[in-house]
Design a protein around this ligand. Sequence first.
Ligand code: TA6
Length: 299
Amino acid sequence: MTKILLDNDFAHVNTLTLSQDKECDYPDGLRISHVHCQAKVSLYGGQVLKFKPTGHKDILWLSKQAHYQSGKAIRGGIPLCWPWFGANDKQTTELKVGNHGFARQLPWQVESIEADENGVTLILVLGGEKQHPLWPNSYKLRQTVFFGQKLKQTLAMTNLSQEDAQYSTALHSYFTVSKPNNVSIDALTGLTYHDKLTASSSIQQQSVSCIGEIDREYHSSEKMIITDKKWQRQIEITSKNCQQWVLWNPGVELANTMADIHVNGEQEYVCLEAANTTWQDLPAGKTVIISQEIKVTNL
Ligand code: TA6
């Protein structure tokens, strides 16, 4: 059963609305309006859709043509790719599966919401077993998101079955930028990466261009900073227990073939995803936790 805990006197929380929000396009959503930020979350996919710290522009991009329907993923915000990232290499010609697992296409439950003068902490859960022939284990996901001046997101994955399992994952964040051309991510320079478009590996020699089409997995767990010189701001992202950063933008040609990206939408974001792109152990009965923290500063 959903249990919602609201503490304190809420003087600092203007509104906190759960479900059937008329102003949301999505059917089951949560809108948060706190002195420190505005946020939206879809229970479908357990997906953060909006995070706007007070005094700043939006941090996350959300497509105006996103689909909010069963069997489809919502384009934008922070989709949770789980229990696999990208295409599942265990699929066969008989059993073809979609990208990025099933967690982003299932309804999550609210475990709790708490608010204080620093922000709002939301805990969402998802559980099941025999959810997918390629991932039949019994599992529980517990996502904790703190919305304040910063966003802190933790995903705890528990294998409740008696068989060891493996997962891969990404916190697939879509960051709003003035334009990919105006953006640099200096911390990627010097890193080894796998280029999914050319299926080859290289070392990033100079400052990376975020102009699409680009689709790369950088091997690093270092802090990343997206510098947007037009908007004069930096988005700082730190991750824990994630071995890669995935950088993705579809570019105009591919975006034009994607029904859920509005015209020129790909010119408004860069995906930089805290990820474990290769299979990781999730032993029977154990919990593994990954997390990221996102904050913005003006230059
Ligand atoms: O994270 C990058 C990526 O795996 C790309 O290869 C691209 O396909 C993107 O994610 C979006 O995937 P989606 O299944 O949401 O269309």
